[in-house]
Ligand binder design. Structure first.
Ligand code: NAG
Ligand code: NAG
Ligand code: NAG
Ligand code: NAG
Ligand code: NAG
Ligand code: NAG
Ligand code: NAG
Length: 471
């Protein structure tokens, strides 16, 4: 879910961490709660920390940055999962998460050990996550929030969290073409770097199909020049995301934020790929109560990839979603037209399942320029190209120009456009198994989607500024 900042974490962890550090340093005293204990700022070989099954606080810190602003610890995720995370304590926002393929279980014990590398083990001794290939003497959390495993005698880290981002980049962190992609917490969207561009992708079939829905090419890069090195990106305290050439570091583009040139250099900044697929920058000035956002890659709600869910129709300038098949019209952004598809149509064809067809006028795709297309086609030809190809889920014909855009991934939200010549053709996979089961599961998934949406709205409603919808 979008709002991961939990006020309880800030209250608990900040009270233990930041205040105690401050009072210990300033007054030479320690707070009663942690009497005699210095906050741990390094882990040595042989270190072990245990997660107490079902611990009441949602974050259990085990290692602090010297500034006291960040801690590494066990984090409760969602209803009852466990992950390892670096949390920004004033806001309780996790700036880094280990995000193993299989999360731990908060209601059972877990262990974090350091023995050359860090290792998170689940309740039955099953390894959940480890720093692969690292052999170090000490683990520290830097003031930048970078979690580092290093040798005593070396300054270059053996392993660092900055090279393994989850959904967030922070100041001082380089995002390069060789970095793993930034992946939203719900794992549906990813940010990747190309040689001279950055792009946002939807992730289907476990990432095997990843169509782009937003792309930004570095203004001054020359991608056609084979000897020019690739770009990397990094946040700048002055309020922009810069793209630079690897090696020399020559700046080739700037995505500037609303606070650019406002001299907020003391603020802590992050850039996060949010669960709605938008890439946003946020800052936290000292004394802040909430994150403020000063940049978003996509500014119109209907230009996001899935604001109305699968087979939804987004109407610009209206806070309303419709369904491509006219079945329902829902207030707000509740995605409830169709369950998300998880398998491709070619597999369904082999099982003899086939598909139904929905046609709709006045539709367009927000990210047309990212789709494969054919030119000089009639609407009928456009439809036929898609109908005969099982990797095609839909086709949008834009009348006047004769352009035919092909959707070769499960159909997501389309955009309403008041032009009768813009017509769409969409395949809807036939449900498998017995009709009774299918109906029940369709109803169930609608209910679940509805509940999830309601939960998101309640969550959003309860949270303060940083989690506000930006539309
Ligand atoms: C980290 O922050 C603390 C407190 O702000 C400061 O005393 C310390 O010098 C910083 N460490 C580094 C390496 O900058
Ligand atoms: C990021 O890249 C710059 C330029 O190459 C380099 O000076 C800096 O040390 C890098 N930062 C990290 C954390 O690797
Ligand atoms: C290609 O890139 C290299 C390295 O940045 C540069 O030295 C060279 O001048 C470029 N060539 C052209 C034709 O721009
Ligand atoms: C920005 O702030 C710093 C310290 O707060 C100050 O020294 C500097 O002059 C300011 N710069 C501008 C351009 O306002
Ligand atoms: C949906 O409604 C519109 C206008 O009411 C109509 O033109 C269109 O054919 C309908 N589409 C479907 C799939 O029923
Ligand atoms: C477009 O298609 C028509 C017939 O299908 C053909 O005669 C014409 O040359 C085509 N135009 C272009 C620009 O390809
Ligand atoms: C079917 O569509 C896919 C993806 O758009 C394309 O790569 C492939 O060439 C098409 N196959 C045929 C037979 O047209």
């Amino acid at each position: 879910m979008k709002c991961r900042g939990d006020p309880a974490i800030a209250a608990a962890a900040a009270a233990i961490g930041v205040l105690c550090v401050a009072s210990a340093v300033l007054l030479g005293l320690v707070d009663g709660a942690t009497e005699g204990e210095e906050p741990t700022t390094q882990l040595l070989n042989g270190f072990t920390a245990a997660h107490a099954a079902g611990a009441p606080a949602p974050f259990q810190p085990v290692l602090y940055a010297p500034s006291g602003a960040f801690a590494l610890g066990f984090l409760r995720v969602g209803a009852g999962s466990l992950d390892l995370a670096v949390v920004h304590l004033p806001s309780s926002f996790p700036v880094w998460r280990a995000t193993p393929a299989r999360l731990g279980d908060w209601s059972r014990p877990a262990t974090l050990t350091f023995d050359g590398g860090l290792e998170l083990t689940g309740h039955n001794g099953g390894m959940l996550w480890q720093t692969l290939g690292a052999v170090g003497d000490v683990v520290v959390l830097l003031n930048s929030s970078n979690l580092v495993v290093r040798r005593f005698e070396k300054t270059l880290p053996e392993w660092e969290s900055f090279r393994h981002p989850s959904d967030t980049l922070v100041l001082g962190q380089n995002f390069t073409a060789s970095s793993p992609p930034l992946v939203s917490a719900n794992r549906r969207f990813a940010l990747r770097l190309g040689k001279a561009y950055m792009a946002l992708h939807m992730e289907f079939y476990g990432g095997q199909t990843a169509p782009a829905y937003w792309r930004h090419t570095a203004l001054m890069a020359q991608p056609e020049n084979a000897t020019e090195p690739p770009v990397y990106g990094s946040l700048d305290a002055r309020g922009f995301f810069g793209l630079y050439l690897e090696g020399g570091g020559q700046r080739v583009d700037v995505l500037s934020f609303d606070t650019f040139a406002q001299n907020l250099t003391a603020a802590f900044r992050r850039m996060t790929l949010d669960d709605d697929g938008n890439l946003r920058a946020y800052y936290w000035a000292s004394g802040s109560k909430a994150w403020a956002s000063d940049y978003r890659a996509i500014s119109e709600r209907c230009d996001l990839p899935t604001p109305c869910g699968a087979y939804g129709l987004c109407v610009p300038r209206k806070a309303e979603c419709q369904c491509l098949d006219n079945s329902t019209s829902t207030a707000g952004a509740a995605p409830s037209c169709h369950a998300e598809e998880t398998a491709d149509l070619c597999a369904g064809n082999q099982l003899g399942l086939g598909f139904d067809v929905v046609r709709r006028k006045r539709v367009s795709v927000a990210y047309k320029e990212e789709l494969p297309f054919e030119t000089n086609r009639t609407a009928e030809e456009c439809e036929a190209v898609c109908a005969g190809n099982c990797s095609c889920w839909g086709a949008v014909h834009s009348g006047a120009s004769g352009y035919c855009y092909l959707i070769d991934f499960p159909v997501e939200t389309l955009v309403y456009e008041a032009d009768d010549r813009k017509v769409g053709y969409f395949k809807v996979k036939k449900p498998p198994a017995r009709p009774g089961d299918a109906l029940a599961s369709a109803v169930l998934s609608l209910v679940l989607v509805g509940l999830a949406a309601a939960g998101a709205c309640i969550g959003l409603g309860l949270q303060t500024g940083g989690c506000k919808r930006l539309f």
